[in-house]
Ligand binder design. Structure first.
Ligand SMILES: Cc1ncc(COP(=O)(O)O)c(C=O)c1O
Length: 382
């Protein structure tokens, strides 16, 4: 029924499931290009080892093997110098936020949140007693000056510096410096949501992580395997400044969310065997080709769009109900997400669709885009 489905799209927090599969599905890796056999073998090996290992309660901070593998991987992939002790394994983004708020005692404070930005971030912070302050983003990423004007005393800023979610801008060098300068001076924290990691597509060059530039020890770096291996693993990580390790050790003992050690073991082997880096190198090319095919198809049909991370943003006529449209296209096997719910205060000119590019084969892009634009036109005609 349209009612509950619309509620899911408007408010993806209180309603389940959060995503449906279909063409243009966002936030998932390519299924057809994943090295499934290598992965299945790795998981099987880890499951056997786990069945034969002595029984124990696992380390709530995560398995040492995976923490070490992630630290080594981040040095190569994101330019970060960190030790395994700084890496905490989590069940994903919201769990990482909860651990940080708990460890650093941020409850009762204010947090800058990108506007538009990932809806779950705002909602998670609110649930933890941290008041989100919407801060606008533009072509250079988060507007740090606007954040300073709105809430200079904030205790936290949550940013997507690599590729802003959902608009796609990379946080500029000057803004990075301004953000780190503010955090150092105010004693505030910056949570870097590095959800795409090194999946920053050509032709641009991948910027190093903000955490790699953090001389003052103010950045909490959050990563995930949802976009690189599989979102159903529920496996992510949080890298904290060296001086904060003891506080996070203590918080993790109570609130750690690391998933089953056998999964951690499998991911560690996948990393150490070089499989992930090799795979991602191929995916960058593949995703760039798929994205370009979608953009070319949309433009050939006179639609207004632009690229944003692993997505393409399709602008809609102002005032069009993008949630209603997303629901309508679902019935035709298309699963883009509406843009307006990413804004703290959605306005008519925010109408849009976010199209995931990862699972759209190049040869099929034109047909799917034609179908989508036909449905947009149908909605416009009412
Ligand atoms: C901006 C952003 N951050 C974080 C995540 C989720 O990460 P995880 O699956 O590790 O919770 C997503 C997933 O769509 C996202 O779009």
């Amino acid at each position: 029924a349209a009612g509950p489905a619309a509620a899911v799209l408007r408010d993806p927090v209180a309603n389940y499931p959060r995503s449906v599969s279909g063409m243009f599905q966002m936030g998932v890796p390519a299924q057809d290009a994943f090295p499934a056999k290598v992965w299945a073998r790795t998981v099987t090996r880890a499951a056997r080892a786990s069945a034969e290992a002595p029984l124990r309660y696992p380390d709530p901070r995560g398995e040492a093997l995976l923490r070490t593998a992630i630290a080594a991987y981040l040095a190569v992939a994101r330019g970060m110098a960190c030790s395994a002790a700084q890496v905490f394994i989590t069940s994903g983004h919201t769990a990482a936020i909860a651990l940080a708020v708990q460890a650093l005692g941020l409850r009762g404070g204010q947090a800058w949140c990108e506007d538009p930005g990932y809806p779950l971030t705002r909602r998670t912070l609110a649930a933890l007693g941290v008041a989100g302050v919407p801060v606008p983003v533009d072509a250079l990423g988060l507007d740090v000056a606007a954040g300073l004007a709105a809430a200079p005393q904030a205790v936290l800023a949550v940013v997507t510096p690599g590729q802003q979610a959902p608009l796609g801008a990379t946080l500029s060098v000057e803004r990075r410096q301004a953000l780190l300068g503010w955090a150092a001076q105010a004693g505030a924290w910056v949570l870097e949501d590095d959800y795409l990691g090194e999946l920053q597509l050509p032709p641009g060059r991948a910027m190093p992580a903000l955490a790699a530039q953090d001389a003052g020890g103010r950045v909490l770096h959050v990563g995930t395997f949802s976009k690189t291996i599989n979102p159903s693993l529920r496996l992510g990580f949080l890298v904290v400044p060296a001086a904060q390790v003891a506080r996070f050790d203590e918080a993790a003992a109570l609130f750690g969310s690391a998933p089953a050690p056998l999964l951690q073991q499998a991911v560690a082997e996948f990393l150490q065997g070089g499989h992930l880096l090799r795979h991602l190198r191929r995916m960058k090319q593949l995703y760039a080709s798929r994205r370009d095919a979608i953009v070319a198809s949309l433009q050939a049909q006179s639609a207004t769009c632009r690229t944003a991370g692993l997505s393409v943003l399709l602008r809609l006529p102002p005032g069009m109900d993008d949630v209603a449209l997303a629901l309508r296209v679902r019935q035709h096997g298309l699963a883009p997400v509406p843009l307006s719910p990413w804004y703290a205060d959605p306005q008519p000119h925010h109408a849009g669709l976010v199209l995931g590019v990862a699972n759209v084969p190049e040869g099929e892009a034109a047909a799917h885009c034609r179908q989508l634009l036909g449905l947009v036109e149908g909605q416009q005609r009412g």
